[in-house]
Design a protein around this ligand. Sequence first.
Ligand code: SAM
Length: 239
Amino acid sequence: MNNFDRDLICKYIPLDKQEEAFKKLESGYPVQYIIGNVDFCGNIIDVNENVLIPRFETEYLVENLLFYLRRYEYNNPKVLEVGTGSGCISIALAKEFNCSIDAIDISKKAIEVAMHNAKKNNTSINFICEDIAKYQTRHKYNVLVANPPYVALHEEVDPKTKYEPHNAIFAKEKGLYFYNIILDKARDLLTSKNIIAFEIGKDQAQKITDKALSIYPKANIIVRKDLNNFDRYLFIINE
Ligand SMILES: C[S@@+](CC[C@H](N)C(=O)[O-])C[C@H]1O[C@@H](n2cnc3c(N)ncnc32)[C@H](O)[C@@H]1O
């Protein structure tokens, strides 16, 4: 238990519930689930065990995407978010950029949390409970953003993640399943001018780049690092 987590409990949990909260914290239970929310890009996002706890590094995915949307002069784009979880990415985008957003997730319980969060943060997002592998649409999107599950099955992870939904973290094909599915569907889902913004695992940039170039040979592919200097974000830009 670190001092920062202790302070959060003292600040946000009523005195009569703090002893119980400290016990949970000591057992390794995430402080964010105890408190029930996190700050993501300045928005308060409620969380429970049905959704991944939004990570600090994902804020940088949103910031970078906003940068490219402005740089490539997108005007009221149609955005698809894949694997919305708590809704944090779509909510942050909707707050900062004039766009219309469809956000999909396979988990009904996650969609319920995301809908609650969108309302709480005064944003209008169209949530869809669907498996991305089966998702079909008649209208095409200009932008796709995803922080999909990307940890390979059986890979060792921080023990705290055992409280988060398994299908929010792990993916088959050595963690690459969702990038492969999304890229295989990209021509059906997206207009020819488009941006695809991915958060990725630290060893996945080359394989995702190869796959992206097999679909879009002329794409501009940009890989960016997180604060630990790991490749963490991959942008596929089709002008
Ligand atoms: C890594 S979490 C990301 C959550 C949130 N976007 C964030 O960045 O904090 C991935 C999400 O993908 C969803 N997911 C898993 N399999 C899926 C599928 N086949 N189709 C759509 N969403 C899926 C999970 O339910 C989970 O909410």
